[in-house]
Design a protein around this ligand. Structure first.
Ligand SMILES: Cc1ncc(COP(=O)(O)O)c(C=O)c1O
Length: 425
């Protein structure tokens, strides 16, 4: 099939995610290597957002590719009820080593949304298994936890979920922490009670709502208030996990330890989809009986797919290498250097960074995911062969850890150029 035919087939048959039908034509990618995406017409585009935040080691890392290839020849898939395999067992050991000591077991699923669904179901069934009436779920305003009905219910009631409002379950929201976070802490004091089943949050950085950042102190306070009442705290580390915020998990900055962790995205380094939910030993105990009524009846056809587990094992082994940890520190300080030199024009509402994440928020009357400036930003950077896909009026970088200082400088330069364009308007 020639390129023209491929494009035609795509346009005719494929419904792309988060993309209006009849909108822009997708760019065909022929191959990818390191931080670069290659198009059939010879373009070489820097993937500054790790392809929706997953390719933490860049694209086609040879160590992960080799591990997946080797595994494909040995065992590509096996039912995970009543059976197990080496890559899954090995991955469980690594995850248990890097997660806090209170964690007891991991549960596999398919992506970020399902890791959140599993977390919610575990938390709810934890109370059910003990015959305890606790019904309320608390989340933070502006949250994004995925696109399934459960994960939409605990997310922002906004443009993503608007058609489904009537079908979402009731959740209590605390406001996003502003400044010293007292607004959220005070609201939590009002809301939390002995009826609180669980509190779920994106630790330190709310991703999809525009890389909005808040302090570890505030989150510690919120978790403390919930745990004082015996509620379960769920850290959605789908975006923040595996080094993104500077530490292995964003919650590693906290004093209080969450009870459940949701993981996905970087876990396989972008090779294969995988979700993982881990639960504390005390949560596991409430399920620890050989009776149907207490069983966690949840699973997916591809649960713990051996290829995905092999990719995850290779990705985790790369993550824990000194070189990767040095790169994470290097990117974090490069971002901070850039921001300290950045002369913030008055049309920039805020600049912020946390670990390898950098965000520049353009002031806009229509601030939010569907802000009109989004397309302008996207086109400007893409014309410079940089994949920077803004969250509405928020330009952000979340690059693969292998990105060089020179490549980062290119992107920073483009950000400065964009500021000049806005100034001249
Ligand atoms: C914090 C968080 N949770 C969950 C999800 C959903 O993950 P997925 O898109 O893999 O379903 C995302 C995706 O961006 C996310 O950022």
């Amino acid at each position: 099939m020639g390129l023209g035919d491929l494009k035609k087939a795509d346009l005719k048959n494929i419904w792309h995610p988060f993309s209006p039908l009849g909108g822009r034509e997708p760019l065909m990618v022929k191959k990818a290597k390191g931080v670069y995406l290659y198009t059939p017409d010879g373009r070489k585009i820097i993937d500054a957002i790790s392809s929706w935040w997953v390719n933490i080691h860049g694209h086609a890392h040879p160590k992960i590719a080799k591990a997946v290839g080797k595994q494909a020849k040995r065992l590509e898939q096996v039912i995970f009820a009543g059976f197990t395999h080496e890559p899954a067992a090995r991955l469980s050991k690594t995850l248990m080593r890097i997660l806090p000591k209170n964690q007891g077991k991991i549960f596999f699923s398919d992506d970020g949304s399902t890791s959140v669904e599993v977390a919610l179901k575990l938390a709810i069934q934890y109370w059910h298994n003990q015959g305890i009436q606790r019904k309320e779920i608390i989340a933070i305003e502006g949250a994004y936890h995925g696109d399934t009905f459960g994960s939409m219910s605990i997310g922002d009631r906004g443009v993503f979920s608007m058609p489904f409002f009537d079908y979402l379950f009731e959740v209590k929201f605390v406001p996003f922490p502003e400044g010293d976070g007292q607004n959220a802490i005070n609201a939590m004091k009002e809301i939390v009670s002995e009826n609180t089943a669980a509190f779920i949050f994106e630790p330190l950085v709310q991703g999809a709502s525009g890389m909005r950042m808040y302090s570890a102190d505030v989150l510690d306070n919120l978790i403390g208030l919930v745990q004082e009442k015996g509620g379960i705290c769920i850290a959605d580390e789908v975006m923040t996990g595996f080094g993104r915020t500077g530490k292995t998990f964003a919650t590693d900055y906290l004093q209080n330890v969450p009870d459940i962790y949701c993981m996905s995205k970087g876990i396989t380094g972008g090779f294969l989809p995988m979700g993982v939910t881990s639960a504390s030993k005390s949560i596991v105990e409430a399920f620890d009986e050989d009776v149907a009524a207490k069983t966690f009846f949840h699973g997916h056809s591809y649960t713990a797919n051996p290829l995905a587990c092999a990719a995850a094992n290779a990705s985790m082994s790369l993550l824990l290498k000194k070189k990767t940890q040095d790169n994470i520190r290097r990117i974090s300080s490069k971002h901070q250097e850039f921001l300290s030199d950045f002369e913030q024009p008055d049309f920039v509402a805020d600049v912020r960074s946390q670990g390898t994440i950098l965000a520049i928020e353009i002031a806009a009357d229509d601030a939010g995911y569907v802000s009109k400036i989004k397309e302008k930003i996207y086109d400007f950077f893409l014309a410079k062969d940089l994949l920077v896909r803004p969250l509405g009026n928020v330009i952000y970088l979340i690059p693969p850890y292998i990105i060089t200082n020179e490549e980062l400088d290119l992107i920073y330069e483009a950000i400065n150029d964009f500021m000049e364009v806005l100034k001249s308007k």
